[in-house]
Design a protein around this ligand. Structure first.
Ligand code: RTP
Ligand code: MG
Length: 143
């Protein structure tokens, strides 16, 4: 298994709960290395572009409205099998189905306001990382 990167977002409701530090601690405890991070208040255009694959779906407008309702934290996490391991600790998209101890079980408020995002494949991860970070904003560990 090779080292992968995945794109993680702490959505506006997670940031509003002052849970940034607690969630970052979960990432680090789970063995992820943070190699990039920034706080952003997304514009409607940025949010629509990020979720372009969902354009036209019934939840799209609500999702975009939620994602621009407050600041988000965007980060790149690195580990072996990062995409799948990160999705495991996030839990199911619908928090009603999220296993105890997952981020969505602990921080989600609803299906839409489900606290966290994670890339769903290595291909999505590459596209999503490039959407938010230039190469010189990614800082692999040197020690
Ligand atoms: P994400 O992209 O945020 O990591 O979540 P995901 O892969 O588990 O879910 P996805 O199917 O990509 O949906 C993106 C986000 O849209 C919102 N959603 N709301 N109310 C609804 O029916 C509904 N369905 C999806 C969620 O915020 C979901 O994370
Ligand atoms: Mg998704």
């Amino acid at each position: 298994m090779s080292i992968e990167r995945t794109l993680s977002i702490l959505k506006p409701n997670a940031v509003a709960k002052n849970a940034i530090g607690a969630i970052y601690a979960r990432f680090e405890s789970a063995g992820f290395t943070l190699v990039a991070a920034k706080m952003l208040h997304l514009t409607r255009e940025q949010a629509e572009g990020f979720y372009a694959e969902h354009q036209g779906k019934p939840f799209f407008d609500g999702l975009v409205g939620f994602m621009i309702s407050g600041p988000v934290m965007v980060q790149v996490l690195e580990s072996e099998n990062a995409v799948h391991r990160h999705r495991d600790i996030m839990g199911a998209t619908n928090p009603a189905n999220a296993l105890a101890g997952t981020l969505r079980a602990d921080y989600a408020d609803s299906f839409t306001e489900n606290a966290v995002h994670g890339s769903d494949s290595t291909e999505s991860a590459a596209r999503e990382i490039a959407y938010f970070f230039s190469d010189n904003e990614i800082c692999p560990r040197t020690r």
